[in-house]
Every structure is written in C-alpha cells, then in structure tokens.
Design a protein around this ligand. Sequence first.
Ligand SMILES: [Zn+2]
Length: 506
Amino acid sequence: MPVYPVPVYRTSRRTSLTLVYSLVHALCLLLVCSACRDEPRRPNVLLVTLDTTRADFLSCYGARPGATPVLDALAERGVLFRDAYVSAAVTPVSHATILTGRDNPEHGLRVLSGLSGYKLPSTVPSLATTLQDAGWHTAAIHSAFPVSGFFGFARGFERFESFDGVMAPSRAGTISWDLQTLQRRSDETTNLVVDELSRDERPFFLWLHYWDPHDPVKLPPAEALPANLPRDANGLLLPSRELYGAEVSYVDQQFGRVLQRLEERGELDNTIVVVVADHGEGLGDHGWEYHRILYQEQVHTPLIIAGPGVPKSVVEATVRSCDIAPTIWDLVQVATPEGGSGRSLLGLMKGAAEAPRAAYMDQINGYDLNAKMVEARPQDAFVYGVVHDGWKLLWRPHMPQASELFHLRVDPREQTNLYAQEPERVAALQKLLAERGGFVLAPFPPESGADSASIRAALDKLGYAGGASAYLDSRWSWFCPSHPQLRSDELSPCGRCGAPPLVIAR
Ligand SMILES: [Zn+2]
C-alpha cells in the first residue's frame, strides 16, 4: 500500500521534531529556573480590611485574652501599631485612603452618598493599579457593598468579587440596601479566598474585606457564639457588646483559615500581611451606637503588618491609614505615586525616631445624602479631626462652640473637653487642619450637566429634605486660625499672615 508509508514517515518525523523541541524547551526552562533561583522572589501582598472593628476588641490591643488568637499571633511575628488612625468613620471614604495613601481631600472620595464626591476618581492611582502595572496578579474579595465598583474601587483588579449593581432606589422610594442579601459572612468570604489563592503563578495582591461586626444581620453559627449572650424575653439575641465581640472573634477564626491555606501552599513566608480596620463602632460610648463620628472608638483602629522585610516590633507613635499604601510600596520596591500625604512606616518599624505625624480625619455628614444621623446629632454634620503629639481636636466649623479638644495621653477615653481652656493649642491644631485643605464648603454638585433643581426635587421626594438639604443654604464665614479676629465672607488668604483661611464658622 503505497499511500501509507508517507503519512507514517511524516508522523514519525513530526514526533522526533516534537521530542527535540520538548528537550530544548525543558533545557531552557531549567536554565531560566536556575537563574530565577538566584533572584529574590517578589512577595505576595494580602491586605485585610476588617470593617467596623474597634482596636480594643482585639486581645493584642487590650481585650480579654483569647478573643482574637489569630491576629494576636500575627502581631507577635510582625509589627503592632498601638496608635493607628483612619481618615474617616464611613466605609468607602476610609477605604479610599487605605488603598491610595492619600487623605480624603487628596483622593476625593468624601461621602458615601452624594450627587458627586462618592467615587474614587479614575485618575487616582491605587495599590491595585500600581501593583497590576508592576506584574502582580490583583484580586479583591469583599463581604459587603460599600467597597464595590460603584465607589470606583474596581480599577486595577483582575478579579473583583464584590457587590455591584445594587445601588438603586428601592420600591419604597428610598435609597437603601438589603443588608440580608448584600453581605457575605466571613466563612463564605474565606471560602472564596481559599479558592483564589490557587489561581495564578504570579505574586498576588489580594484585598480581602470582612464585614461581620458591622451589623447583627448575619450572625456567626450557634457553635461559635458564647452561651451567655444577652437575649430578650423570647430568647432572641439582643445587640450587645458581647455579640459584637463574638463577631470579631468569628472573623479572627475565619482569617486563620486564610493563613493556614497560605502556609499549606508554602506561601506564608513570602506574603506581606497587612490587617487594618476601616473604622470602629460606638457601642454606646459617647452616647452613640454606630460610626460616622470621630471619637476614638470609631477612628482608633488595629494595624498589624507581618511578613518578609517586616521586623518584629511594637510601634507606639501615631500613624495614619494613609501611611499603609506607601509602606506596602516600600516593602515590595514599587515607586510610591506622587500626590499623597502618606509616608512609609518602614523607618518607624525599624525603630527610627521621627517627628510626630498628624493624623487627619473628617466626616462630611452634612453633605452626605445617606447620613440621616445629622437629624439626631446636628453637631456631627461636619467634623474635622486631627491627632498630633498626644492631642486631638474635633473641629465643628458649623458649630464651633461644640468643638472638642482632648489630651489623649492622659484622657484616652475622651472624657474631658479642654477646648475652652487651651485656645493656643486649639489654634495650632486648627492650623494643621487648614493646611490639609479638607474643608468642604458647599454640597457636592451633580456629576454631569444634570439639572440640580430637579435632582433636589427628586431627593426631597425620596425623603432627604430633612437630611443634607437642610444645610444647603448655610452661610459661612472664614478666618485664619492664627488671626481669628480677621473674619471674611470670602475665601481668601489671611490678610495678615497669608495662611490658608480654611477655618469656617457660621
Ligand atoms: Zn465600614
């Protein structure tokens, strides 16, 4: 059969060639791999944001022993920052600072809900965009909606496991979110993470967001709850500090599964782990159960960093959430983008002395369409805070007489307001605030050419008339912190010293 030898011959020739190619390929791989063995492996970065988690509910920050063994062990092998602050006590604003190394005025995401000002602008670089550009596999796995793409957080992520497409008016006519369906409990989130960690050969940057302590909608399983939690007459669990603490402990337990998975894969030693909270929770302190205000229980958060290049230490100095991204960039040797106040913490972590950092924070509740709490707490419509060298000012420009000054070193629970007794210190801290240029002087305008009158009418119809729009017609005057007698109705530098005039009062 003359036809067969030809194809047989061809096949066998192809087989030999394939064999040769395979051998050459294998040899090349061997050479490449022995070359890369000499190069340091680029580390993975695992950024964990614990929503609504007060520092003082972690054992390593003074809670009862055994409450958070996984986080305690992480702090033991890395750095624990005892005095870390976030830039806001509302989820998207605070997360924007953590991810960009910029304070709120610098990144531009100022409120949870507005006609604008609720989205991270596409021009702002983040950990995700920079690490993706530098060759990291980037992924985000979230547990609730306020960190979704709606707020501009998806940019730079190859995988973005979040809650998009949910921010619409409900049938009741108000803008609200179904907390039951739009959140994942930490065990579900952890399952997604465990899968994610097997996906890619490249080093990864993974942003993991947990949410459990935010609300009692999805509780830990019964076996993870202590027996003695407060209950009502029908045996139903009541919101309580104990229940909140049980949710924090459950997240800790689930996070342990992530670290265990990394260890099983041999990746734990090559992974920089950063754990921070976006804000805390009132739990009744200062007469308030929730967040959106700026007392210590809302803004003093855990911050733990561990992994390659991270010494074992405890840092007592004040640090800010805007310092987190520059620290990560420093550790992985990727350039920190211009435009942020954040500075690497690596020097402090290694014991270097430096001048105290000023931690800036704000809550623009008065112009946040979702901040109905200003009806109950009008003094918190606008709060601008700064922590510097053991002192903390909470400046309320629309109600200056309600401003507060605390000496945190002797009064960490903020019980004694020294605002009236310490005018010089108040002025110095006001100056620090003014230099940050963070004061929001008018409601956020519509994003595009939308007709603001019709948007106002629509908002009124949605029930926001008593909220933000109550502040739309406020009148302001400005003064220099060093020369408050020189008030001005116009926004201009101080006539005496030329300082920015950005301290405002009615
Ligand atoms: Zn939050």
